[in-house]
Design a protein. Sequence first.
Length: 392
Amino acid sequence: MQFPERFSNLPPYAFPRLRSLLDSHQPGGEPLAMTIGEPRHAMPAFVADAITDAVDGFSRYPVNEGAPELLAAISAWLCRRYGVSVEEDRLVALNGTREGLYNAAMALCPESKGGKPPVVLMPNPFYQVYAVAALSVGAEPVYLPATAETGHLPDLDAIPAETLARTAIFYLCSPSNPQGAVADAGYWARLLELSERHGFRIFADECYSEIYRGDAPPGILAAAERRGSDPESVLAFHSLSKRSNLPGLRSGFAAGGRESIARLRQLRAYAGAPLPLPLQQVAALVWADEAHVEENRALYAEKYRVADEILAGIDGYQPPRAGFFQWLPVEDGEAAALKLWTETGVRVLPGAYLGRDAGGGNPGASYIRVAMVAQLDEMRRGLTQIRACLYD
């Protein structure tokens, strides 16, 4: 029996890899998980009652592209948040953004570009679904270093012209996971300029857009509208997981040009897993409410403040502008994670598990990623132990 070769070079996924590193060792203190980006703040108070009120909808097949009330709520949110008008036929509801980030490549990546296999560009380190999506469509994933020297975003001017000529899709996460960097209006404009010149699509993963300090991060849809770019050249992906502390609701969406969304809807009609109707109805209520989002952002603002206080003075420490991860420099990420676990019980993720060896090294190898999702007292304890164990 034969198996395909396309995924044969994939490394183990980050969290099984972490278990292999740590689980044969005893923790050196009370275990504290600061690895996975699973929000632990309270979900909106009205969600439980809203699910109960909509429970009869479980007896019906859900609308594949999104219930009308959900699409209307998403459209209204995009207008409030970014000042853009996105009609409902330019939207598709998703079962979380991971599904959309994967299936968008399946639906929209051409079989060739300039007579050659297409290239899919992505930052390095990155959300691992980008690479799997590229491999699934027979494209070549190209990993662009996103380091401290480049502001933790890819250096757009360093991409070779021959690579851009073959590029079909450019994945960009802003605010970025894991570093918390934000693509400003100038960065989006430059990326759109390259997209227009070389004919590739931009897939903007913006699921951390509502957790930030200072000004709200700009988005690709507003940048494209301001520039007058072809709406078919961009797709934006959003989710309620981080914005509203509802990772288990699995409610996300993609917004883009009509033809792109029509093709994504068509693929989902055959291969998608639509969100149950009661959960779509609840999601519509959640997208319509901003009070809980502001409360959530205030909780993270206090965590940013505490982290800055505890981690101040660490050589190379760069406070994140957005998101809920600390991207902390160390000599060796795996060694640091193992030392933390065996000496303190604090569990963090080696940065190398989020990157790939490319261009002479893995840009995540000398970092650890620390999720600031625990309650404030736990987070304070964890960061204090990290500081004492690795830096003092």
